[in-house]
Design a protein around this ligand. Structure first.
Ligand SMILES: [Fe+2]
Ligand SMILES: [Fe+2]
Length: 296
C-alpha cells in the first residue's frame, strides 16, 4: 500500500508512453502517404514531421521525468523528512553530542522522540479487526508447520512454537471469539469447531510431553497440521464462522482489541511459566488405554 502512489505513477507513465508511440507511428504513416502523393512537398513535410516528433519526444521525456521524481519522493518521503529534521537538529548541536534520535537513525531504527516531533512520519497503529488477527494466526501456524517439515536440527523448537501458537489461539477463540459468535453463527459450526479444537489439544499435549526423537512424533505433527488445516478451512470458508460473523452486527474492531490484549497477556504469561496443560471443553480421553505399537 505504501508504494501504491509510486507504482500508479509509473503505470500511468507506461500507458502514456504507449499511447504516444502509437500516435507517433500513425503520424509517420500519414506523412509517408502524403510524401508519396505530393513529392514536391517532401522537404516541408519532413520538416513538419521532425518538428512534431521533437515536440512529442520532449513532452514525453518531461512527463516521464516528472513521474519518476514524484514516485521517488512519495516512496522516500518519510526518510527525506527525517533527514531534513535531523539536519536541523544537528545544526543546533555540537557535532559530538549525539542525541538518541540521531543514534537511532544511524542504527536504522526509528526514535520515538523524533517521530513524535515529526507527525508526518508517525506510522498510525492499525487497529485490526478480530478476523484479521485470527487469520494472521492461521497463516503463522501454517508457516511453522512448513518450517517443521523442512527442518532437521530445529524441529523441537519449531514444535514448541507451534504448540504455543495453537494453545494461545484456541484460548482466545474459546474465551472471546466463539462466545461473541453465539447467536450470530450457526450453533453446529461452533460445536464442530470446539470438538476440532479439543481433538487438536490431545496432539498438542502429546507433542509437549515428547520430543522429535520419539516414535510417532513427526507423524503427530503431520496429523496435527492436517487437522488444523481442515479446521482453518472450515473457519475461513464462505459460509463458515468468519463469514457468518462478518455479516452480523458484532463490532469486529472492538473484538479485535480484546483479542489482541488477551493474546499479549497470554504470551507474557506462557513465556514465563511455559504452556499449561490443554483444557478440553467437549471431550476427555479418560477411557483410552495405550497398547503396543504394531510390529512387523
Ligand atoms: Fe482459528
Ligand atoms: Fe478455531
Amino acid at each position: 500500500m505504501k508504494n501504491a502512489p509510486g507504482g500508479l505513477l509509473l503505470l500511468l507513465s507506461v500507458v502514456l508512453l504507449t499511447a504516444l508511440i502509437a500516435l507517433a507511428g500513425t503520424l509517420v504513416l500519414i506523412i509517408f502517404v502524403l510524401i508519396s502523393l505530393l513529392p514536391a512537398l517532401l522537404p516541408a513535410l519532413l520538416t513538419t514531421l521532425a518538428l512534431l516528433l521533437t515536440g512529442l519526444l520532449t513532452r514525453l521525456l518531461l512527463i516521464l521525468l516528472t513521474s519518476l521524481i514524484l514516485a521517488l519522493i512519495v516512496r522516500h518521503r518519510t526518510i527525506l523528512l527525517d533527514r531534513f529534521y535531523l539536519s536541523l537538529q544537528m545544526s543546533n548541536r555540537q557535532s559530538n553530542c549525539i542525541v538518541p534520535e540521531i543514534a537511532a537513525i544511524r542504527n536504522k531504527r526509528r526514535a520515538p522522540a523524533l517521530m513524535s516531533r515529526n507527525p508526518r512520519s508517525v506510522p498510525m497503529p492499525a487497529i485490526k479487526d478480530a478476523i484479521a488477527l485470527l487469520k494472521a494466526d492461521h497463516r503463522k501456524v501454517e508457516d511453522l508447520f512448513e518450517k517443521y517439515e523442512s527442518s532437521r536440527s530445529k524441529k523441537a523448537d519449531i514444535a514448541k512454537q507451534i504448540c504455543m501458537e495453537l494453545t494461545i489461539h484456541t484460548i482466545i477463540e474459546e474465551e472471546i471469539f466463539y462466545p461473541a459468535c453465539k447467536g450470530q453463527v450457526e450453533e453446529d459450526n461452533l460445536d464442530e469447531a470446539q470438538v476440532e479444537h479439543d481433538g487438536a489439544k490431545v496432539l498438542i499435549a502429546e507433542l509437549e510431553e515428547g520430543s522429535p526423537d520419539d516414535d510417532y512424533y513427526d507423524a503427530k505433527v503431520k496429523v496435527l497440521s492436517e487437522e488444523i488445516k481442515h479446521h482453518v478451512k472450515e473457519e475461513e470458508k464462505r459460509g463458515g464462522i468468519f463469514s457468518q460473523i462478518k455479516d452480523s452486527e458484532v463490532d469486529l474492531k472492538a473484538l479485535g482489541e480484546q483479542i489482541a490484549a488477551r493474546k499479549e497477556e497470554l504470551m507474557a504469561e506462557f513465556g514465563k511459566s511455559g504452556i499449561p496443560a490443554p483444557v478440553t471443553r467437549s471431550m476427555t480421553a479418560k477411557s483410552i488405554e495405550q497398547g503396543q505399537p504394531i510390529s512387523a
